[in-house]
Design a protein around this ligand. Structure first.
Ligand SMILES: Cc1ncc(COP(=O)(O)O)c(C=O)c1O
Length: 399
């Protein structure tokens, strides 16, 4: 399906369906184990579900404050004060949106004029270039290159030359989907310096902030001197509490920037599901003292390690992620012409669904993903075992 009817506005013509819709259909057609789309296939935590049931029963069922449910913005402000090391005004410095997705869209509508340029690191989350072009902006792509040590790095010269006097926004996704990269403090400082030199804003997409492994911590660009004033930090309850279907996300930043995002959000959705916001408020308040975030990270770290073993055994070299719930594997042992051909074959013939990362590159750079595949490990141990069993056919094939 694409949006190419003669009724369609020019700006949306050519937007196809997302790669996830295409590959989910392919997985269903072939009865494949689905390691494609990033959603947990295990139950959400009981304390989160109970909070939602309680909120519905307590009749928190009408429109709420359009900036966000009072309990939720207060809970997020308390958490953000710890994460960002500054005091946060829940009423003017936080906006609740329909998932992180709507924060990203609203930021582009709020800050881009036609012809404004936006820096996107590749591979990118697939909504970014669409959000930018729908707002009339122009993406400027900066590839992350995989290194021998498993890290992904940008070339500082490529980054510098991507900036111009028209640069208005930088999308910074850390921890990064799909590479699992956590941007280092020196990298954040370099990006911050360029943003200040070119008077650009940062959209810091931090939805994987609670899934970081091996005792690492993440740096937050908003904490770099001079950056709070020009950064919107975005989070998602869907990721942190395994409730992707709830679509509760948020933007945190200085009040003039949040006011601009709010003005888009109020006309797009007005307000977001009240009882689910009440439930997320409870979850955000209870999570730290319950040790919930540590448990989440250690569960995903164990799944990351299992995914690595499974891929290794199948001669698919994992580029071990430091965070998130995705592993990119190097498929070059199998000599396919490109990543789409490999992932289609893997789904149809081996019965395991992975996503071709070229979907996350601009057309000029798709070749960089030719020998890569993205596997998602936010799945039950049974699902991972089923994938392991099917992938054994590959180890026998030898690659
Ligand atoms: C990097 C990134 N940003 C944003 C989102 C969207 O988050 P939400 O489901 O809260 O809209 C995702 C979901 O996969 C993501 O990976």
């Amino acid at each position: 399906m694409n949006a190419n009817s003669h009724f369609s506005a020019a700006r949306i013509r050519g937007f196809g369906t997302t790669i996830f819709a295409e590959y989910t259909a392919l997985a269903e057609e072939h009865g494949a184990v689905n390691l494609g789309q990033g959603f947990p296939n295990f139950p959400a935590p009981d304390f989160v579900k109970e909070a939602a049931r309680d909120a519905v029963a307590a009749d928190q069922n009408q429109y709420t404050r359009y900036g966000g449910h009072s309990a939720l913005v207060q809970a997020l402000a308390a958490q953000a004060e710890i994460d960002l090391g500054r005091s946060i005004d829940p009423w003017t410095e936080i906006q609740i949106t329909s998932g992180a997705t709507a924060s990203l869209f609203a930021a582009c509508q709020a800050f881009l004029d036609p012809g404004d340029e936006v820096i996107l690191f590749e591979p990118f989350y697939d909504a970014y270039p669409v959000d930018v072009t729908m707002a009339g902006g122009v993406p400027r792509f900066v590839p992350l290159h995989p290194q021998a040590d498993g890290d992904w790095r940008y070339d500082p010269d490529e980054l510098r030359t991507a900036f111009s006097p028209r640069t208005k926004l930088v999308f910074l996704n850390t921890p990064h989907n799909p590479t699992g990269k956590v941007f280092t403090r020196p990298e954040l400082e370099e990006i911050a310096g360029l943003c200040q030199a070119y008077d650009a804003l940062v959209v810091a997409d931090e939805v994987y902030e609670r899934m970081i492994f091996d005792g690492r911590t993440m740096g937050r660009i908003a904490t770099i001197p001079g950056m709070w004033e020009r950064t919107i930090s975005i989070g998602s309850a869907g990721k942190s509490f395994s409730v992707t279907g709830w679509k509760i996300g948020w933007s945190i930043g200085p009040s003039p920037l949040i006011a601009a995002i709010r003005s888009v959000s109020q006309w797009m959705v007005f307000s977001v599901a009240t009882p689910l916001q009440a439930a997320v408020a409870q979850a955000v308040s209870l999570a730290p003292s319950a040790g919930y975030y540590e448990e989440l990270a250690s569960m995903y770290q164990a799944k990351r390690d299992r995914m690595g073993e499974i891929l290794d055994a199948a001669n698919l070299k994992p580029l071990t992620p430091d965070a998130t719930y995705f592993t990119i594997a190097d498929t070059s042992a199998y000599h396919f012409t490109d990543d789409d051909a490999f992932c289609r074959w893997l789904t149809a013939k081996i019965g395991v669904n992975a996503i071709p990362p070229s979907a996350f590159y601009s057309s000029a750079h798709k070749g960089l993903a030719r020998h890569l595949a993205r596997f998602c490990f936010c799945k039950t141990d049974e699902t991972l075992d089923a994938a392991a069993e099917r992938l054994q056919q590959l180890s026998r094939a030898g690659g």
